[in-house]
Design a protein around this ligand. Structure first.
Ligand code: B12
Length: 371
């Protein structure tokens, strides 16, 4: 496959642009941010009439400036150096920068489309920006795209597929807790004959969960997705099995089903146990209690998904991430140990859950990874 010729803005000027866009975005200065990306497009020859050069420059700015700025917004939020409001404001500005940038890139008159693609986030997935970056990249490369945005309920996705003559569905998910929903969406699309390419951080840096959940393809980023589409996806010939038991035989032990259907009861008992076993909690303010309840819900949810995909790494990586979030907010990471112990007591008859909780406990007590 031949990619459009790239006229990259210089690497060092990209670095400066990223820094400036980040500062402008967290300062919620929308017009300055838009001005920055439009000037970068112009400097890279994106507005001088050469349509291919314009597209290549726009793609570089989307993927090598706006995407890394978004990743940095996430890192700075996790480290508690910017507020949730700044993160929301910066993401809204990125969205507006994308619209402004794409608005400047012209189409060739009567250009033949390479085909139609549907891009959607799976049910419960609110991270629309990664999917939007993907959709805009495909449009720049000559595809027609139905971009459905965040959190698309699977029945509505299938109804849309049935109304459109699309070549493939591209499903995005950033949060691993959406993997069971992604599995349902993959199977539903395949059952109406549509090949599915998946991507986004939820599927793992190596795409391991994409293969496990039976997608026809996975790609690490938007250019690789465009290349995979150009090569063509081969639809699965065998019908997807019910409830994933064909590909996920471990689900027959019902551990996932038990945890997911009892998640509220499990979480409530963890909070009651924490009140008893973690004395610091008795002095918590209402806001601290609310945060703790959210953290516990998150632990139970990640535990359930780790059971679904039967992968210790999914749970231990989450525990390591939570530890960093807590430490950055001056909450002792050890406060998670009584929560894991409470779950282990409640799930004493479930060997896979106990294995995950023990691995999570070790990840919590291990020295932090060197930076
Ligand atoms: C903005 C943001 C939000 C916004 C989203 C707004 C929007 N319109 O998108 C909001 C506020 C909704 C949000 C909510 C949450 N978020 Co958030 N969010 C982010 C942030 C900062 C940026 C997301 C983004 O724009 N990324 C753009 C680029 C960087 O994404 P990308 O994955 O590299 O995309 C490329 C590839 O993955 C690929 N790709 C993507 N999709 C697809 C699909 C296909 C088919 C293919 C082939 C390829 C592909 O192509 C893209 C372009 O090359 C990320 C940080 C980050 N590193 O992403 C956190 C982040 C993803 N969020 C996080 C969290 C924890 C949450 C919440 C749980 C917070 C909370 N307590 O409520 C919720 C969950 C909501 C939900 N259920 O979905 C964590 C996830 C950590 C984890 N354990 O997995 C992150 C990593 C922040 C962090 N550093 O900790 N978030």
């Amino acid at each position: 496959m031949v990619s459009p010729p790239m006229r990259h803005p210089a690497t060092e000027s990209l670095g400066r642009l990223r820094d400036e866009l980040f500062r402008t975005a967290v300062a919620c200065d929308s017009s300055h941010a838009i001005d920055l990306v439009l000037r970068a497009l112009e400097a890279a020859g994106g507005c001088d009439g050469d349509i291919l050069a314009g597209r290549a420059a726009a793609e570089t700015i989307l993927l090598n400036v706006i995407a890394p700025v978004q990743a940095r917004v996430g890192t700075e939020w996790a480290a508690n150096r910017i507020t949730v409001a700044q993160e929301h404001g910066a993401s809204a500005i990125s969205d507006r920068c994308i619209s402004a940038l794409i608005g400047e890139v012209r189409r060739r008159p009567h250009e033949r489309s390479r085909g139609r693609i549907i891009v959607a986030c799976v049910e419960g997935e609110w991270h629309a920006l990664p999917a939007r970056l993907l959709a805009e990249t495909l449009i720049l490369r000559g595809w027609e795209v139905d971009y459905l945005g965040a959190q698309v309920p699977t029945p509505h996705l299938v109804a849309h597929i049935q109304q459109r003559n699309a070549d493939a569905v591209l499903l995005s998910s950033s949060i691993p807790t959406r993997l069971p929903a992604a599995h349902a969406a993959i199977s539903a699309c395949q059952s109406v004959g549509m090949p599915v390419l998946v991507g986004g951080a939820a599927f793992g840096a190596d795409g391991r969960y994409a293969r496990l959940l039976g997608a026809e393809g996975w790609a690490p980023d938007a250019p690789a997705a465009a290349d995979a589409l150009a090569d063509g996806l081969t639809p699965r010939t065998e019908a997807p099995g019910l409830l994933g038991l064909d590909t996920l035989p471990h689900l027959s032990d019902q551990e996932y089903t038990f945890v997911i259907t009892n998640k509220q009861v499990l979480a409530r008992q963890v909070i009651a146990d924490l009140e008893r076993d973690f004395p610091a909690m008795r002095a918590y303010t209402d806001a601290q209690r609310e945060r703790t309840a959210e953290d516990v819900d998150h632990i139970v949810e990640f535990l359930s998904v780790a059971l679904y995909v039967d992968d210790h790494d999914l749970f231990t990586v989450f525990i390591g991430w939570t530890r960093e979030i807590l430490v950055a907010r001056r909450v002792p990471a050890a406060s998670m140990i009584p929560a894991l112990d409470s779950l282990a007591r409640q799930l004493h008859d479930f060997p896979r859950a106990l294995g995950l909780l023990a691995a999570g406990r070790s990840a919590l007590t291990a020295p932090p990874a060197p930076r």
